[in-house]
Design a protein around this ligand. Structure first.
Ligand code: GDP
Length: 420
């Protein structure tokens, strides 16, 4: 359960923290959008009545902020957590993806090699369909065989190309919680690793190297991750030593083989790539059997017991280790995606609001100054008016007195003349 007071719902998986954070940041941006829209509409109105109060640049900036916020809101609704799987052909990448999804979504095994990038994500409509790169056409997918056929024959797919596979969200909790899983062609089949990384890895939150526990890590596998870590700072990498069920046939070497794989994989992450500490490496390297997990989960879906049927020695321990991988993976991807996807947006949002506040404050101060100077002009004018009035009264009075005196004088002079 969450202790964050801002989070109102109970959290049962770390993945839901991403969902909650996405909801919160979306709500914040909806508020910012309302504020920017409201502010820009008022600015336009004010500008019509008093064109001197707002400078042209200020109005332009406010309108720019409006479209910027709209853009961020759109990106935010599309944001998801992305995990990409790499490794040599036939190490079991597609099987790991299927095991995590809990059913056979991607074609795997003999007769099928993944020859392009496949991104599985939740379908909004509840239907299963695929969309190839550069096209908007939704091709319905009824089954794995159908998907395999579509991928193999319907179009000559380029290894760099990305095919989106949309799968019903209600069928898998990872998809419901906004995780997108990317399967890749084998790292051994391409000379174009740089292009791959630029096209599909830059925004991945977690990388999973699916290695074969029956052999050691190959140079091609290592090379790929060396290239990734030159382009991304400290990528989150998990190493799955798959096909660990095969070790059940040779129990006498089990501990020794595990120890050797563990040491080499730890050296690779800690010393070569320098992406984690030796302590962290313990929760990044796992020994699993994706095939067994997938089989068990498909059985469980069909109402059978998880551990029914013929199972190799040590199945439960391997199954538990797979679950432990999933737990660590969920913690890691959720934390990383929140940081990379939302930190940037929340900083942009903060900066935007700050700049808008500054502009609004400047406009407010300018309007206050203009009101004040108009009031002063009015006062000055009133004082002048009063003074003139006083002067007029004075002059009028003086004139009145003078006229009286003149009349008196004239009267005196007239009566004197009459008497004379
Ligand atoms: P990809 O090319 O890396 O995607 O490999 P796939 O997932 O297609 O697997 C290649 C073959 O290996 C398939 O026949 C799988 O059934 C098999 N396979 C995958 N994982 C395991 C595993 O853990 N144990 C065993 N014994 N076989 C596996």
């Amino acid at each position: 359960a969450s202790r964050n007071p801002l989070i109102d719902e109970q959290i049962s998986s770390p993945l839901q923290v991403f969902g909650q954070a996405k909801k919160q940041i979306n709500n914040i941006f909806v508020d910012i959008q309302d504020y920017v829209t409201d502010a820009s509409e008022r600015m336009i109105d004010v500008n019509k009545i008093c064109p001197d109060v707002i400078v042209e640049n200020e109005l332009k900036s406010i309108l720019d902020y409006r479209s910027k916020v709209k853009g961020i809101c759109e990106v935010l609704t599309r944001d998801h957590m992305k995990v990409a799987f790499f490794g040599r052909t036939s190490n079991g990448k597609s099987t790991v993806v299927n095991a995590m999804l809990g059913e056979k979504v991607l074609p795997s095994g003999i007769g099928h090699t993944t020859n392009c990038f496949l991104q599985v994500e939740g379908s909004q409509t509840g239907d299963a369909y695929l969309v190839t790169e550069g096209s908007n056409e939704k091709q319905n997918v009824e089954s794995v065989t159908h998907l395999a056929h579509a991928l193999n024959y319907e179009k000559q797919l380029n290894e760099k190309e990305l095919v989106h596979v949309y799968w019903p969200k209600d069928k898998c909790s990872l998809l419901r919680d906004d995780v997108a899983l990317v399967d890749s062609p084998g790292v051994d089949v391409t000379p174009h690793l740089d292009d791959w990384i630029d096209a599909h890895c830059i925004d991945a939150d977690v990388f999973v190297l699916v290695a074969n526990a029956e052999s050691t890590l190959m140079v091609t596998e290592k090379n790929f991750f060396h290239k990734v870590s030159t382009k991304l700072s400290k990528p989150n990498i998990f190493i799955l030593n798959n096909r660990w069920d095969a070790s059940a046939n040779e129990p006498e070497f089990l501990d020794q083989v595990r120890k050797q794989h563990m040491e080499r994989a730890t050296d690779f992450l800690v010393k070569e790539l320098k992406v984690c500490t030796p302590e962290e490496a313990v929760s990044r390297i796992f020994f699993i059997s994706a095939k067994e997990v997938l089989q068990a989960r498909v059985k469980e879906r069909n109402g059978q017991a998880l551990n029914s049927g013929a199972l190799a020695e040590g199945f439960s321990a391997r199954y538990m280790e797979f679950e432990e991988f999933e737990r660590r993976f969920e913690e890691c991807i959720s934390k990383s995606a929140i940081k990379t996807k939302f930190l940037n947006h929340s900083q942009q949002g903060k900066q935007l609001v700050k700049e808008m506040y500054k502009i609004m404050e400047t406009i407010y101060n300018r309007s206050q100054e203009q009101t004040h100077s108009k009031m002063c002009q009015k006062k000055e004018f009133q004082e002048k008016l009063n003074f003139t009035e006083q002067q007029l009264i004075c002059i009028t009075n003086q004139m009145k007195m003078k006229i009286h005196q003149m009349v008196d004088d004239v009267e005196d002079k007239v009566s004197k003349a009459l008497n004379d």
